[in-house]
Design a protein around this ligand. Structure first.
Ligand code: NAD
Ligand code: TYD
Length: 352
């Protein structure tokens, strides 16, 4: 089949990537979507079972740091665009082992930038879209928001590696004219998130009557966005965002960790038919994360004003849908938690 466009999605077997791949494969039957993923502990092809046989979808197992392989893929597929999500994504792991974050998040991004630069002699119609995080902006006090002009101030090895890759992407735009765009998004939640991140971890531990570890005083604040809303924003920015521009994406949905965990406990008690308050009893305050950022909050007015994007799913519905999905997909949960992650978690928090 002659495709209209061929787009490389990196990290498409991960949490956000799988939602994006699903959206693009279904919405654009004339696009060829090529998913390059190393399938680390965080990547699961099971996340894409429903679309894996689609005629406009190809999976390639590979590492974004592998220059030769990436170059071969650019030659073979003649990509029109790249949406780069592949990354080591968990802050706690970056504290335990920063080097893999440097390799994948920084070196991997440069490998992709170089490939795009060398293969795209003509840049009309081309796009290099780098997916990043609000964590690059550092930590806020009780008030204020991150805008696209907020100076970078990353504080964890994860956010420092993402900040570095963001700078490199912008440098390639300015230096080589690579048609690049960057978006910085707040915390995503929803189906297929690996249960080391707060929400699926809490849901999974409630299922097993295990302690729910809340770091420090629990008053750390995050802005939460339904993952499909992020995928929709990425689709929009890919097609309509301006090269050289940055877009902040947020849910306008701030929660203190303890309030979010309590809310989820109440939803889980209802869904599991347990007496109210059962799950809250599992909440356990544990040692704080080193260098823990106090508050993230996004000013997403640019993407609303310029591209007309707003989150569609509000917190009540999103949290309920999330809890419901994990309860309906316990096999997925069991499988992804049976390996390396379980060992790591037990070492850190003495889980059962
Ligand atoms: P994830 O950890 O769920 O998925 C990452 C994917 O990348 C996995 O499929 C993994 O196998 C793959 N991968 C890792 N190293 C690779 C390598 N060297 N080569 C090829 N593939 C590799 O992450 P996520 O939560 O879906 O995040 C995706 C992107 O979005 C990341 O760049 C992250 O920084 C960014 N982001 C995430 C959030 C969030 O809340 N999860 C918020 C803002 C931005
Ligand atoms: P996380 O899901 O790791 O995302 P990020 O650190 O990228 O924001 O954590 C969200 C918040 O929840 C963060 O403030 C750390 C906190 N947290 C806990 O309190 N307990 C936990 O077990 C985890 C994983 C996170």
């Amino acid at each position: 089949m002659a495709f209209q466009k061929t787009i490389l999605i990196t990290g498409g077997a991960g949490f956000i990537g799988s939602h994006l791949v699903r959206l693009l494969v279904k919405k654009y039957p004339k696009y060829h979507i090529v998913n390059l993923d190393k399938l680390t502990y965080a990547g699961n092809l099971e996340n894409l079972k429903d679309i894996e046989d689609s005629l406009n979808y190809t999976f390639v197992k590979g590492d974004v740091t592998d220059e030769k392989h990436v170059d071969q893929l650019f030659t073979a597929f003649r990509f029109d665009g790249v949406v780069h999500l592949a990354a080591e994504s968990h802050v706690d792991r970056s504290i335990a082992n920063p080097m893999s974050f440097i390799e994948t998040n920084i070196v991997g991004t440069v490998v992709l930038l170089n490939a795009a630069r060398h293969h795209w002699k003509e840049t009309a119609g081309k796009r290099f879209y780098h997916i990043s995080t609000d964590e690059v902006y550092g930590s806020l006090g009780e008030t204020g928001y991150f805008t696209e002009e907020t100076p970078y101030d990353p504080r964890s090895p994860y956010s420092a590696s993402k900040a570095s890759s963001d700078h490199l992407v912008r440098a390639y735009y300015h230096t080589y004219g690579l048609p690049a765009v960057v978006s910085n998004c707040s915390n995503n939640y929803g189906p297929y998130q690996f249960p080391e991140k707060l929400l699926p971890l809490v849901i999974n531990n409630i299922r097993h009557n295990k302690p729910l570890p809340v770091y420090g005083d629990g008053l750390y604040t995050r802005d939460w966005l339904w993952v499909e809303d992020h995928a929709a924003a990425i689709d929009l920015i890919y097609h309509q965002g301006q090269a050289g521009r940055t877009y902040n994406i947020g849910g306008n949905n701030e929660w203190k960790n303890i309030d979010l965990v309590q809310q989820l406990c109440d939803i889980m008690d209802q869904l599991l038919g347990r007496p109210a308050g059962t799950s809250r009893n599992l909440i356990t305050f544990v040692k704080d994360r080193p260098g823990h950022d106090r508050r993230y909050a996004i000013d997403a007015s640019r993407i609303k004003r310029e591209l007309g994007w707003e989150p569609a799913i509000q917190a009540d519905e999103g949290l309920r849908r999330t809890a419901q999905w994990y309860l309906e997909n316990t096999e997925w949960l069991e499988r992804v938690t049976s390996g390396a992650y379980q060992k790591y978690y037990e070492e850190q928090y003495g889980g059962e």
